[in-house]
Design a protein around this ligand. Structure first.
Ligand SMILES: [Zn+2]
Length: 56
């Protein structure tokens, strides 16, 4: 997954019961549902580790 703004890689950021995808470069945060249609298989696997977390 890469940032829509700067195309740097996103990493999973865990906040209490929420998770966000945050850009490693410009620090823009994305909600999971914003990127739901674009998630690649690697990112989906990463997110599977957080199944107990509420996706808001
Ligand atoms: Zn970015």
């Amino acid at each position: 997954m890469e940032c829509r703004q700067c195309h740097h890689p996103l990493r999973v950021e865990r906040r209490c019961r929420q998770i966000r995808l945050q850009c490693t470069q410009c620090k823009k945060e994305y909600h999971i549902h914003e990127l739901a249609s674009e998630l690649d298989s690697a990112m989906e696997k990463e997110l599977e580790r957080f199944t107990c977390i509420i996706y808001d």
